[in-house]
Design a protein around this ligand. Structure first.
Ligand SMILES: C[S@@+](CC[C@H](N)C(=O)[O-])C[C@H]1O[C@@H](n2cnc3c(N)ncnc32)[C@H](O)[C@@H]1O
Length: 241
């Protein structure tokens, strides 16, 4: 099974296309719930080409450890004195307790099988008062994983099929001989996992497109209105335990 993220062409294609939804849907929602970055030590999980790692240092973070399993994605990450790029699997990486003030992850945790295990470890890695902020593909989008709208004979989108929403587990997508395995879980499972890990849920967003997004990317904005693309959550660790 070829992991799509390991393929240089697929990685470049994702990075070329990510702006539509990242700039006008996912990005603004993440930014609205990310903490003040000044002086923070940050861990970025599934960093890709470093979208969030770069945002964090540009907003004052002291240091970012930016992890991704894919060399093809990391190849697009720029050198930065305060970002350490690490090729590793976020499901097996280990850190001492209280290593980070903030853990951020953009559109990556739906590739993780053991979500509860990971957020439990993240809680341990966070300093008291620290937080985890992450986005995932919206579970309604990939519950069925058909990846396309039901259309009429003229190709007009009629509806987005949702099936087996309550059935947690892998959803395999294949394209050009490559495979992406997403791990479906419901919104409740994302929230309950955070709570089980000991974090307090402090934000949950299902963002629509910004006004600029509606103006510049109306098709993406309309598709997102009909079937949300992104879920954003924030969990906070108590300031004292
Ligand atoms: C959709 S991309 C998101 C990249 C970036 N965070 C962004 O917002 O554009 C998902 C990334 O997660 C990475 N990834 C998936 N599973 C991973 C794992 N177990 N450990 C580390 N990285 C992983 C992939 O290699 C890919 O770069």
């Amino acid at each position: 099974m070829n992991n799509g993220w390991d393929d240089p062409e697929a990685a470049a294609d994702y990075l070329a296309r990510r702006h539509g939804w990242a700039d006008y849907i996912e990005g603004p929602a993440m930014q609205s719930v990310l903490p003040n970055m000044t002086g923070r030590r940050v861990l970025d999980l599934g960093t890709g080409s470093g979208q969030w790692a770069i945002w964090c240092v540009e907003h004052g973070a002291d240091s970012v450890a930016a992890i991704d399993r894919s060399a093809a994605m990391l190849a697009h990450a720029p050198t930065h004195p305060r970002i350490q790029w690490i090729q590793a699997d976020m499901e097996t990486v280990q850190y001492p307790a209280s290593s980070f003030d903030c853990v951020v992850s953009g559109l990556a945790l739906h590739y993780v099988n053991d979500y509860v295990g990971l957020v439990t470890r993240i809680n341990r890695w966070l300093t008291p008062g620290g937080c985890l902020v992450f986005s995932v593909e919206h579970p309604l989008k990939y519950a069925n994983s058909g990846g396309s709208w039901l259309s009429d004979d003229d190709g007009n989108a009629l509806a987005w099929p949702v099936d087996c929403y309550l059935q947690e587990g892998p959803r395999v997508e294949e394209k050009n001989g490559l495979t992406w395995t997403k791990w479906h879980r419901t919104i409740a499972m994302y929230v309950e996992g955070l709570l089980a890990a000991g974090l307090q849920l402090t934000a949950l967003k299902e963002p629509g497109a910004t006004d600029e997004g509606w103006r510049l990317q109306p098709a993406i904005a309309e598709g997102n209105r009909r079937r949300p693309n992104v879920l954003v959550l924030r969990g906070d660790k108590a300031a004292s335990e």
